[in-house]
Structure formats: C-alpha cells, structure tokens
Design a protein. Structure first.
Lengths: 313, 297
C-alpha cells in the first residue's frame, strides 16, 4: 500500500517522452494496469490476486511478475548459497583461530581483517576484484553466468552448476562454477568479517568451562578438544547469525549483480525501482521478505537441532 | 575560592564511569581510529586549502594516470581525481553525522512515545520498526529513493527511514524498564530522587549502547549513502561524491585509478568509525570483547 502513495507517476516513468504527451496512450496505460480505479479498489484487487499467487504484471517487461521472478531467482540463489557457504567455512575457521590465539598477534590481526571486511564497500570490492582477477590476471571470466558460446544444461533447479551436474555436462558445470567464484567471494567479504567476530566471541564464552579443562586433562589432542568440545557448544549463537548473513547477501546482490552482469533479482529489483515498476517492486519485496522469514524460521529449527535444551523446552 | 570537599557518593560514581572510557582510548585500535577520523576531519575543514585543483574544473588531460601533477590521475572529463576525493569528504562526513543525529532524535522520540504510552501507540510504532526490519536495508532504501526521485536529499531521507528503528527499540526498552530494574529500585530505596535515579543510574546504562550503535552507524551511513549514489540514486553528476565516482570508475574500468581511490576513501572513513565503535564497545562491556551486535548494513 505504501508504494501506491508515492508521488512518482508510473505512467510518466514507463511510457517515454513522446507517449506521455498523448492522453489516449496514458489513459490506455492506466486502464491496462488498473491505475484508473480508486486506491482501495486497487489494493483489494491486488490482495485478491495475491492469494492465488498472482503478483500482477510488470510494467517494464510486460510479463507476469511471477514469470520474471522464476527466471531471476535461481541465478541469485546460486550466487547467494555459494557465498554464504564460503562465508561460514572461512568465518568459523578464522573465528576459532582468533579465539584460540586470544590476545596474541594473530588475534589482533584477525580483528583488523574482520573489521575491514565489514567496512568494505561491496561495490568497490567487486570493481577492484574484477580489475585484478579478470583484467590483469585473467584468472576468472568477467561477467555473466556462462561463457557466451555455452548453453545451460536442461532446466531442473535453475542453478547452472547443479543442472549441469545432473545432466553430466561437466564442462558446463566447470564453466558455471568459474563464473560463480569471484562474485561469490566478493559477496562473502562482509559476512566473513561478521562470522569471524561472532565465532570468536561464541568460542570464548565456552572455552574456559570446566568440561573443556576435563577434556584436556583426559589427554585429548588440542584439535579434538577445540573441534568436538568447544566448537560444538559454541555453534548455537553462530547459527543464529544465519538470518543476518542472508540479509547482508541480499543487500550485496543489488550492488554486486550490476557489476558482474549477473541476471538475478538484485538487478531486477534495481531496474524496477528506478523505473517505478510498482508490481515488480512489490513482487520482489514480498518475495525477499517471505524468504527472509523462511530463513529465520529455519534458523530457529536448526537452533533446536544443535542445542538439545531448546528442544526440551 | 576554597576547595569544597566532594561528597563521597559523587566521587564513587565519578571514578566508575570515566575510568572505563579512559581505557578505551589507550587501545591501539582506538588510536588508529582516532588518527584516521582526525585526518578526515582536517580534510573536511581545510579542503579548499589542501585540494590542488577545483573538483569541477575540466581539462584537456583526459584519463591521465596517477603522477606528481595528478596524484590520483584524472577522469573522463580531465578532472583531478585527488581533489574530487578530498571534496567528497565534505558531502559524506557531515551527511553521515547529520543522519545519525537525526536517527537518534527520531528514534528517541518515537521510542519514548511507544514506551511511555504503550497500547496502540506502541503497537503502531513497533510494527513500523518490524516493517523496516523485514527488508534488507538497501532494497527498502532503494525503493524509497526511487519513489521520491533520485537526488542526494532523497537518498538521505531514505537512509533515515531505515536507520531510526534500532534507536526507537533501544529507547523504548529503556523507558519501559525505567524504575523496574532492581538496581534502580535499590538506589531509590537508599533515598535517591527520581532525577538522580534517571541521570545517574539509568542514563549511563543507555548512553553506552546508544553511543556504540551511533558510532558504528556513522560508518553504515557512509556506506549506504555511497551505495545509493553508486546505483545512481543519490548524488548526481558532476557532484564529487565517492559512490558515484566509483560508479564512473566501473564504466571506464580499465582506468583503475578512477574507481579505486574514491573507494579507498570510503573504506578508510568506515574503518575509522568501526575501529572507534568497536573499542568503545570493548570498554563499556568487557565481557563481549570484540563481539559484534546484530545489525546489518
């Protein structure tokens, strides 16, 4: 409803200079999108369509917003999942190292590194990484999800790497992965910093407990003590950050996708926002909000799995 | 004028709080943050004297690489990138301060109202904060800016829209717990007036979290504003703004100096605020030493 109250005129934003002078064209546009009806009626219609899963039609692509979303979401999903995996693996590792080496030089160094991670403008990091690894070193392809000559494997999940794996096209899979790696790392930078910090403090909360001392006294190797006894107990708060990490990735995609020409919902959201494509803006916002809720719900369930005390309660 | 003996209770209270803050400034990280922030403050004040060129002056030397004449090179219109980066601080830093102060004020007023009145006022205000928290920051900020029309003023408004709720929550929590906490009751049982309870017992405990949040938000504000300008929704050309300079850098991306240096400016400013905020948190809450609070960009 908020989006209906904005002062911008979608007809002006979508019809172009010449058509806007033509009252008939404006009228037709308004009728087609139901903008001629009173606000409550518009909102009622929107809700009515929404319960049947109809998000309306994009004023830019002239396709149902659902079709648009189903095309762009897998691209972002592939990028976001890879990026979050990278962030969790690196973040937890660095966090544990920092905690074990508490107050030593390594710890201080990691503190500065993790603070840099959360201070870095993502769009700038993307630009610099692209310049160094694509333009100078030529290690990674520049943009898009696949090399121009290649076709994605048969559509199953929409994730190019997974689809290629399922159909056994390993060259396509390798290429898709090659395209994925740099944007995923750039997107992970902020979350790596965040997770390092969370992991460090979570580990420090438990590392001085008596049972850890007992484990050491039994003569267990330090590795086992840290991984099995300490990290296990420190996991719940680390998992809780998942929702936050997801929100960060969604923020990052808007900026990163535009630099890597990644055809995902970040770009879609940006284009619909700048063209005042209201059905598309509403569609993307609703979608992101719903996924956000699902992610947080999953995090809550995982929390119960990891921490038996929650399950009992 | 003779020296008056200070009553005991004031001395005890006095020694407790500044002591914790004092230790914050001795950390290397805090010192690094102070130095960085101080340098930028000097730049903001003395830009006209420091910058070698007019940030808007065009010349025939297009795309020249960094040299002694042009420290950071020149851009597609022959403008000096170094001067533009320095002038960019006059936008980003004051705007970030303005934004955070406004967010604290708006958040405090709305959070105070919600906590004080409760009932439907509380419901309306708290559900609004939920609404803001339900979206990734930049998507909401982007929608707001796009709706109002792309300009620096609207970008600032959009950032304000996404920033106030965290303060509203903190202040609401304070107002509601006011007088309910055991240590406050204890203080009042010992005969403290309500004013003393508020100023001495409650305020210091809220000022800390709000101060930490605000310091970290200074960095977040710089990042978000630059991000919006990068997307073309904030400052418009030819304004020397860091985010939009990085954007121009992506269009001429083989001329690395055009985007790299403005980005370094953003990084160093945000880093300064994060160093300060982090040390401050350490000092105020030693238990959560270098932890991070849940707060996204």
């Amino acid at each position: 409803m908020l989006t209906e109250l904005v002062p911008g005129d979608p007809a002006a934003a979508n019809l172009g200079q010449r058509a806007i002078g033509d009252p008939a064209a404006v009228q037709a546009f308004r009728e087609h999108y139901g903008l001629d009806k009173p606000l409550p009626v518009q909102y009622g219609l929107y809700l009515q369509h929404l319960v049947t899963g109809d998000l309306g039609e994009s004023e830019q692509s002239h396709r149902p917003v659902r079709t648009d979303l189903s095309e762009y979401v897998p691209a972002t999903a592939e990028l976001a999942i890879t990026s979050i995996l990278i962030a969790y693996v690196l973040g937890i590792t660095l966090g544990v190292v920092a905690a074990v080496r508490r107050n030593r030089l390594t710890d201080q160094l990691l503190r500065v590194i993790s603070l840099s991670g959360i201070s870095m403008p993502t769009f700038w990091l993307a630009l610099v990484a692209l310049y160094v690894f694509f333009f100078k070193l030529g290690w990674v392809p520049g943009s898009g999800r696949l090399d121009p000559g290649l076709l994605p494997a048969a559509h199953v999940t929409g994730l190019y790497t997974v689809d290629a794996l399922l159909s056994g096209q390993f060259d396509v899979m390798a290429n898709a992965f090659h395209h994925l790696i740099l944007p995923a790392f750039v997107l992970a930078a902020y979350n790596i910093g965040l997770l390092t910090r969370f992991t460090r403090s979570a580990v420090l909360e438990v590392i001085n407990n008596d049972y850890v001392l007992a484990a050491r006294a039994k003569g267990l190797p330090e590795r086992t003590v840290v991984l099995r006894h300490v990290l296990r107990a420190a996991l719940p708060p680390i998992i809780t950050v998942g929702g936050l990490a997801f929100a960060n990735v969604m923020t990052g995609t808007v900026l990163v996708e535009s630099i890597f020409s990644w055809p995902g919902i970040g770009q879609y959201a940006f284009h619909s926002a700048t063209t005042l494509d209201l059905p598309a803006i509403m569609g993307v916002s609703l979608f992101v909000a719903v996924v956000y809720i699902v992610v947080n719900f999953t995090v809550d369930i995982l929390y119960g799995v990891v921490d038996p005390r929650i399950r009992v309660a | 004028m003779s020296v008056q003996p200070v009553p005991l209770r004031f001395r005890v209270g006095f020694r407790r709080r500044p002591g914790t803050l004092g230790s914050a400034w001795r950390q290397p990280l805090a010192i690094a943050g102070m130095v960085l922030a101080g340098l930028w403050l000097i730049v903001v004040i003395f830009v006209p004297l420091i910058a070698p060129y007019d940030p808007l002056a065009q010349s025939s030397q297009l795309f020249s690489e960094p040299s002694t004449a042009h420290l950071f090179g020149t851009d597609e219109l022959g403008r000096d990138v170094f001067s533009r980066v320095l002038w960019g601080s006059r936008l980003s830093l004051p705007l970030a301060f303005f934004l955070v102060v406004m967010a604290v004020v708006v958040g405090a007023v709305l959070g105070g109202l919600a906590g004080y009145f409760g009932g439907w006022v509380d419901e309306v205000i708290m559900r609004s904060t939920d609404l803001v928290f339900a979206f990734p920051t930049i998507i909401l900020a982007m929608a707001v800016t796009a709706a109002l029309g792309p300009s620096l003023r609207n970008a600032v408004l959009a950032v304000l829209v996404v920033f106030w709720p965290s303060y509203a929550r903190v202040v609401r929590g304070l107002v509601m717990s006011l007088g309910e906490a055991d240590y406050v009751s204890a203080s009042r049982l010992l005969g403290a007036s309500s004013r003393r309870a508020l100023l001495v017992d409650v305020l210091p405990n809220v000022a800390g979290p709000v101060m930490v949040l605000a310091t970290l938000d200074l960095g977040n504000a710089v990042l978000l504003l630059a991000g919006l300008s990068f997307l073309g929704l904030g400052a418009q050309p030819p304004t020397p703004e860091w985010g939009s300079m990085v954007n121009t850098g992506t269009q001429f991306f083989q001329r690395w100096w055009m985007g790299t240096f403005p980005g370094f400016a953003i990084l160093s400013v945000v880093l300064a605020f994060n160093f300060l905020g982090d040390s401050l948190r350490d000092a105020l809450d030693p238990r959560s030493s270098w932890a991070v609070q849940g707060r996204d960009r």
